[in-house]
Design a protein around this ligand. Structure first.
Ligand code: GZL
Length: 309
């Protein structure tokens, strides 16, 4: 009998590692690539077994992945919801299976907030406000009659697209000379951002003074379209974007982008700690935000070597 506890100890030490099932939006942008890398590296570092699925930006693929994690009886599920709505059913299934769910990066609109344990991600409305404040200050220095803005929105129905639009419009309404004359989704990708910007430029009825892009990848695609139209991005058309990825700092160094609002993708370590706490039944904060800055072109060259994504 004495030997038994000793025997058990090593077995306890070898207890199965925590299993986390993660459903990722896709691989649509530099931001997403950095986010995925952070999650995978942090899981390895934490000794957590990560099951990972890329949904190619389709909600039905995320629902399928979450259902497969429920069937596999993982310890905890986490996901970045591609759009805000349509999650009640599958989250109720996870709850019925007794598997806690953590939201990362983007939020959901659900009937019952107990359907998820915690949401860790940026405040997208504040990111939109920061973009608007930069433009307000610039407009105050530019005594032009009006500043016509075109907007490249993120994925239709996604929290970042809805909230970045909301925050930006809330701030720029302080200056009636600032008008959004066209707004369309570029789906957070360079290719679609370029395609939509080409269409904006072809409609020659109104001069375009400013581009507000909900992420750097669409801004970088738009920069190509602006150059192909014979205009100078960052000069003829001021460009404001969000994420703060390396490509944005390189574009600012080249004088083609005016400012990027940081949106931190490096959520991996915090997610792993949150997963452990949730599985251990520890109380966790319902809403965890990350601190983020604003980087105008003037600081790009100095800041570029410090960038982690
Ligand atoms: C923001 C994230 C957005 C990024 C885009 O947290 O959801 O999705 O801004 C990414 O680059 O595609």
């Amino acid at each position: 009998a004495l030997a038994l506890p000793a025997l058990c100890a090593p077995l306890n030490a070898l207890a199965a590692p925590l299993v986390l099932g993660f459903s990722q939006v896709g691989a649509e942008s530099e931001w997403r690539t950095a986010n995925t890398a952070s999650i995978k590296a942090a899981a390895k570092e934490a000794g957590i077994t990560l099951k990972f699925a890329d949904a190619q930006q389709k909600q039905e693929n995320q629902v399928k992945a979450i259902r497969s994690y429920i069937a596999q009886k993982v310890d905890v599920i986490a996901f970045s919801p591609v759009v805000e709505s349509g999650w009640d059913t599958v989250l109720k299934e996870a709850k019925a299976a007794g598997i806690p769910v953590i939201l990362t990066d983007r939020a959901v609109k659900v009937s019952d907030p107990s359907l998820y344990a915690s949401f860790i991600g940026s405040d997208f409305v504040e990111e939109g406000r920061k973009a608007g404040r930069w433009l307000l200050e610039r407009a105050a220095r530019t005594p032009a009659a009006a500043l016509n803005i075109v907007e490249l929105q993120g994925t239709v129905g996604s929290a970042p697209a809805l909230d970045r639009k909301k925050g930006f419009e809330e701030v720029i309404k302080a200056n009636p000379r600032l008008q959004i004359i066209r707004s369309q989704s570029g789906e957070f990708t360079r290719a679609k951002g370029k395609e939509v910007m080409e269409a904006f430029l072809k409609a020659r009825d109104r001069k375009i003074d400013v581009l507000y892009a909900h992420n750097d990848d669409m801004a970088i695609g738009a920069i190509q379209a602006i150059e192909e139209a014979g205009l100078k991005p960052g000069v003829d058309i001021a460009i404001i974007s969000i994420d703060g990825v390396r490509g944005a700092f390189e574009a600012m160094k080249a004088g083609k982008l005016n400012v990027t609002v940081e949106c931190n993708p490096l959520l991996g370590p915090q997610l792993m700690q949150l997963a452990r706490d949730v599985v251990a039944g520890k109380p966790v904060e319902k809403r965890i935000t990350v601190n983020e800055g604003v980087y105008p072109a003037e600081v790009a060259a100095k800041e570029l070597p410090n960038r982690k994504y």
